[in-house]
Ligand binder design. Structure first.
Ligand SMILES: Nc1nc2c(ncn2[C@@H]2O[C@H](COP(=O)(O)OP(=O)(O)OP(=O)(O)O)[C@@H](O)[C@H]2O)c(=O)[nH]1
Ligand SMILES: [Mg+2]
Length: 192
């Protein structure tokens, strides 16, 4: 693609809480994962603005589907986290499932996993259904600055088991891999 995308040209567009209002006017990629894994933080790193999306130590902060427009060209989408006990599960499930499985604008899902906790059953369920529905997927292990030697060992073992997937490793303390994700996003928007 000849156009250069400027991720810093990022604008919050809307929060969607009903599946009828899911945006289809531009392509999108979305960030999915358990509450507190760092979805909103990763979006802020991608757009180089720590204040665009709200982040919190308390799980369950992002309750709606939040759309960020990048360079007037495509959306980054922050999805509500799953696995947080006090959420109204059915409501979230229905909204997220519609967004993921009935969405002509969706180009790719980035499934975020806390690298100290590794894949949980809910993550594995999503991975299987994304594959079954031919939805493009990469797995992003977050918070790698928090790993000790033992955590690293188990992350390596899990990474080897996931050899069929594209894996990214990120930390809010070290931005070295963020540009790889930007390039991957541009590829998935351009070639799908
Ligand atoms: N040390 C460290 N902390 C991180 C990293 N990424 C996120 N955090 C922290 O983890 C907490 C949760 O991050 P969020 O980005 O709000 O997580 P989320 O996935 O959007 O959470 P929900 O909106 O509740 O689903 C915040 O306190 C962040 O500062 C990281 O790479 N390293
Ligand atoms: Mg969030």
């Amino acid at each position: 693609m000849s156009k250069t995308i400027n991720f810093s040209k990022a604008e919050f567009i809307t929060s969607v809480k009903q599946k009828e209002n899911i945006l289809v006017d531009k392509p999108c990629v979305a960030f999915l994962g358990r509450s507190n894994v760092g979805k909103s933080t990763l979006i802020n790193l991608l757009v180089r603005n720590n204040n665009l999306m709200k982040t919190s130590k308390t799980p369950g902060l992002t309750k709606l589907i939040n759309y960020v427009l990048i360079d007037n060209f495509f959306y980054l989408v922050d999805l509500p986290g799953y696995g947080y006990a006090s959420q109204a599960r059915d409501y979230f499930g229905d909204l997220i499932n519609s967004f993921i499985f009935s969405n002509s604008a969706l180009r790719k899902i980035y499934l975020l996993v806390d690298s100290r906790r590794l894949l949980m059953p809910a993550d594995i369920t999503f991975i299987e259904s994304l594959h079954n529905n031919n939805i493009s997927l990469s797995i992003v292990f977050t918070k790698i600055d928090k790993l000790n030697a033992s955590d690293r060992h188990f992350l390596n073992i899990q990474s080897e088991k996931l050899s069929d997937e594209t894996l990214f490793y990120v930390s809010s303390k070290n931005l070295s891999s963020i540009d790889k994700i930007r390039k991957d996003i541009i590829n998935s928007i351009s070639f799908n």
